[in-house]
Design a protein around this ligand. Structure first.
Ligand code: ADP
Length: 219
């Protein structure tokens, strides 16, 4: 069996996980699996799942492990994940990391890339973040597409995420410290953790990730 390129991208909200995953997905031909995107799509479509989680996301809380584990398990049964995937926003708790190891079995996580950024930087980035509701492209409030409200990629509406408010940002950052930071230890213990400085340009961060993957013979 060929080895799958399963990568976990960790980092505080606003560290640039989504932006980097979109680029890496195009470069390596593996899907960007963002549990946040999956949940937001369900909310937009008002599916039973969407209705169940809508309030939790608006407040910046965490959806329960069982539910997101099931979503990820299902996602890995899709053919485009046969060569691996870039996981963004999952796992977020130790329980989810253990479930992921079980889902993937022997051909599991090859590397966990931790994008490290100071709180002041991400708070500023999140409050200025705008996103296309159709294609998920991420903009800054000063970008033309954010000002006009029309995505230059796909023409979709560019909006501010409903959880990118000051209160919700504060809540998500504190949950990150409590639930997600212990994951660094989880992957470090397994020799799978690489921490990179996310306080650099988008291109510089991408180049560093590609270098690490090449050095490890992963891509
Ligand atoms: P951010 O990292 O900016 O919080 P995401 O798009 O990753 O954004 O997630 C948005 C929201 O979706 C989270 O605040 C949480 O409510 C929910 N969510 C996403 N992934 C998970 C997960 N793995 N476990 C629990 N809740 C999740």
């Amino acid at each position: 069996m060929t080895s799958r390129l399963n990568l976990v991208i960790l980092g505080i909200q606003g560290a640039g996980k989504g932006t980097q995953c979109k680029r890496l997905s195009a470069t390596y031909g593996i899907p960007h699996v963002s549990t946040g995107d999956i949940l937001r799509a369900a909310i937009k479509d008002q599916t039973p799942l969407g209705l169940e989680v809508e309030g939790i996301l608006a407040e910046g809380g965490l959806v329960n492990d069982e539910l997101v584990n099931r979503l990820v398990d299902e996602r890995f049964t899709q053919p485009d994940a046969a060569k691996g995937a870039l996981l963004d926003g999952f796992p977020r708790t130790i329980g989810q990391a253990e479930a992921l190891d079980e889902i993937l079995g022997d051909d599991g996580i090859k590397l966990c890339i931790n994008l490290d950024a100071p709180i002041e930087l991400v708070t500023e980035r999140l409050s200025r973040r705008r996103v296309c509701q159709e294609c998920g492209h991420i903009y800054k409030d000063s970008d033309q597409s954010a000002i006009s409200g029309e995505c230059e990629n796909c023409g979709g509406p560019v909006i501010q995420r409903s959880d990118d408010t000051a209160d919700s940002i504060r809540q998500r950052l504190s949950l990150y410290e409590r639930d997600t930071a212990p994951l660094l230890h989880y992957y470090e213990e397994r020799g799978l953790l690489v921490t990179l400085n996310a306080d650099q340009s988008v291109d510089e961060v991408t180049a560093e990730i590609e270098k690490v993957l090449a050095e490890r013979g992963l891509a």
